[in-house]
Design a protein around this ligand. Structure first.
Ligand code: ADP
Ligand code: MG
Ligand code: MG
Length: 251
């Protein structure tokens, strides 16, 4: 589904190398987790894959199935099936959540050559999906994320994901700042979306999210590289011993 080879990325503003050769191969229907100390480049990886400004790729490649992600505009990447749930969801004053979702869904359907959803059909789908995520109908009418609690914002990200039905979902520290109940709701939402044709890359600083979203593969990222990969037991090792042992083992 996603094939990253030797990806090297610099900040455009400063001459600072952030990703120093990332290799990652994610098969369809699998869940991969990336853990790693703060500042190791996890968010940078997700930003570069989704096409955020400010980074320059100095080497390597990133393919989503048979398309070259790095050659595409952010909206083309989304239409191709990539979705990024942000670590810090943005508030968009003046734009109703429902309008936002409907515009996003229909823009994507258009880009894929599919018919737009009628207002009635859209409403039915969004209400059902919101209900599964325990998102109040009232929240659909409010401006996007404005005044939402941390947990509501993250659930709203998962609602966007559920509506857009992407093939490759990247969740960047979706658990940060959430209490256990809110995290479980987010995890349940993600688990409900797991399917044979859909893959996930779950970026997290803590192991606890992975108790609820069981990964197939766990990677440890440090200083711009993936330095170790393994099964779910690798996350438990980090939980018990921190990153020091793994980092020392590599150095
Ligand atoms: P992580 O998500 O693993 O905590 P980041 O990808 O956010 O790591 O950051 C990796 C490194 O790049 C850090 O040293 C961070 O300070 C730096 N960095 C990322 N984006 C910027 C930016 N826009 N300006 C300056 N430094 C940045
Ligand atoms: Mg961080
Ligand atoms: Mg980060």
């Amino acid at each position: 589904m996603l094939e990253i080879k030797g990806l090297k990325v610099k900040l455009e503003e400063e001459d600072k190398q952030i990703l120093k050769g990332v290799d990652l191969s994610i098969a369809p229907g699998t869940v991969h987790a990336i853990m790693g100390p703060n500042g190791s480049g996890k968010s940078t990886l997700s930003y570069v894959l989704s096409g955020k400004d400010g980074y320059s790729v100095t080497g390597g490649s990133a393919m989503l199935e048979d398309v070259d992600l790095l050659e595409m505009e952010p909206e083309e990447r989304a239409a191709a099936g990539l979705f990024l749930a942000f670590q810090y969801p943005v508030e968009i004053p003046g734009v109703g959540n429902m309008t936002f979702l409907r515009t996003a869904v229909n823009a994507q359907r258009k880009a894929r050559g599919e018919e737009e959803l009628s207002a009635g059909d859209f409403l039915k789908v969004v209400r059902a999906k919101a209900k599964n995520l325990k998102i109040d109908a009232e929240m659909l009418k409010r401006p996007v994320n404005v005044g939402f609690s941390g947990g509501e914002k993250k659930r709203n990200e998962i609602l966007q994901m559920a509506m857009l039905e992407p093939k490759m979902c990247i969740l960047d520290e979706t658990d940060s700042g959430l209490d256990v109940d809110a995290m479980k709701l987010v995890a349940d939402g993600v688990n409900a979306l797991r399917s044979e044709g859909r893959s996930f890359l779950v970026i997290t600083h803590y192991q606890r999210l992975l108790d609820h979203i069981k990964p197939d593969v766990v990677h440890i990222m440090a200083d711009g590289r993936i330095i170790q990969s393994g099964g779910p037991e690798l996350a438990l090792e980090v939980e018990n011993n921190g990153y020091a042992d793994i980092l020392a083992g590599v150095a």
